[in-house]
Design a binder for this molecule. Structure first.
Ligand SMILES: C[C@](O)(CO)[C@H](O)COP(=O)(O)OP(=O)(O)OC[C@H]1O[C@@H](n2ccc(N)nc2=O)[C@H](O)[C@@H]1O
Ligand SMILES: Nc1ncnc2c1ncn2[C@@H]1O[C@H](COP(=O)(O)OP(=O)(O)OP(=O)(O)O)[C@@H](O)[C@H]1O
Length: 291
């Protein structure tokens, strides 16, 4: 049986770091939502082994690939002799703060659960996903959620009101480990207001959502990559109503209510940045890509 699974990117509407834990990870509190910029994972059953192919030259083709590792995990835990060919149609920029690799892993877990009739619940897939990476449980969950712990303690939240999400990805990637490693909480000047964001989501208050966008990891990535600040400024100047860096960066996103404004922001940014996307929030109006 062949299976295709959509693997959407996420953005962080808020990201707070509460403290560094004894295991080296950071205790987080964040609100994440999936957007309609997605990879597609095609899974084909084979007689044995795991083969990986991708339309992108930028992802690893071996056991370092999170989708590959997801297949290893499933095959080992269930002692499955059959094999799988994984084809990743890559659309999400790599090392961008959009959880592209994590979403590929989540989609592979979901797809193999179906292909091999394993009967794993969503909660079990989230638990298994944490072994692959901190963002994988949310990518299994999807929609909009508060994520705590490393990112695995998830509570569903109301989706943002329908709007456009403009993404601008600077040419360089960013290492999540390096960003967390360089974080100094005594240098963080602004922290997210979680209740403020949740109230805005609950009441579908677009401007409230825009006002409560906050990410403490900007305090590390922006000084290291001034381009991120410039992109934020440009995006706001062209008309985005709320602007933030996603995850550990360096992708900047802007929220825009009206399609005409979205077009203006995209056209304006194109002069400064090669990778610009305009997509919809998933869970709001299911969206086709604008550009
Ligand atoms: C920044 C976020 O994208 C926000 O959604 C995630 O926290 C990162 O998730 P991820 O890329 O799946 O991260 P992982 O692959 O689990 O971890 C990469 C590295 O980031 C650091 N890390 C990650 C998550 C976390 N809660 N605390 C950390 O300190 C650790 O050094 C870890 O070795
Ligand atoms: N399927 C995959 N797609 C993209 N990158 C992958 C994949 N598997 C492993 N990687 C590796 O993971 C690293 C991070 O890539 P990814 O695109 O997941 O970053 P990210 O969007 O910053 O993730 P996050 O937001 O979860 O921190 C890259 O350096 C890449 O080599």
């Amino acid at each position: 049986m062949d299976i295709s699974v959509k693997a959407p990117a996420k953005i962080n509407l808020t990201l707070d770091v509460l403290h560094k834990r004894a295991d080296g990870y950071h205790e987080l509190e964040m609100v994440m939502t999936t957007i309609d910029l997605a990879d597609r994972i095609d899974l084909t059953e084979t007689s044995g082994g795991i083969q990986l192919e991708s339309t992108s030259g930028f992802v690893p083709y071996d056991e370092r690939n999170l989708a590959y590792r997801a297949a290893v995990l499933i095959k080992e835990r269930f002692s499955i002799k059959k094999g799988v060919r994984i084809l990743i149609h890559k659309h999400i920029p790599v090392a961008a703060g959009l959880a592209g690799g994590s979403s590929d892993a989540a989609a592979t877990l979901k797809g193999l659960n179906r292909m091999w009739n394993l009967g794993l619940s969503r909660e079990e897939l989230e638990e298994w996903g944490l072994e692959l990476g901190s963002d994988v449980p949310f990518c299994v969950h999807g929609g909009t959620a508060i994520a705590r712990g490393r990112g695995e303690r998830l509570v569903s939240a109301a989706s943002p009101p329908p709007c456009w999400v403009i993404l601008a990805k600077p040419p360089h990637g960013v290492s999540t480990a390096e960003v967390f490693g360089a974080l100094r909480m005594d240098r963080v000047t602004r922290r997210p207001n979680l209740d403020g964001m949740l109230n805005a989501l609950e009441s579908k208050d677009f401007h409230g959502v825009c006002r409560h966008l906050e990410n403490v990891l900007e305090s590390v990535t922006i000084p290291a990559y001034p381009k991120v600040r410039r992109l934020k400024e440009k995006m706001a100047a062209f008309g985005a109503e709320g602007v933030l860096m996603s995850g550990s960066g360096p992708t900047v996103f802007g929220l825009v209510h009206r399609e005409t404004t979205a077009r203006r922001v995209v056209n304006g940014l194109r002069g400064f940045c090669r990778q610009v996307y305009a997509v919809r929030i998933l869970g709001g109006t299911e969206g086709e890509s604008l550009v």
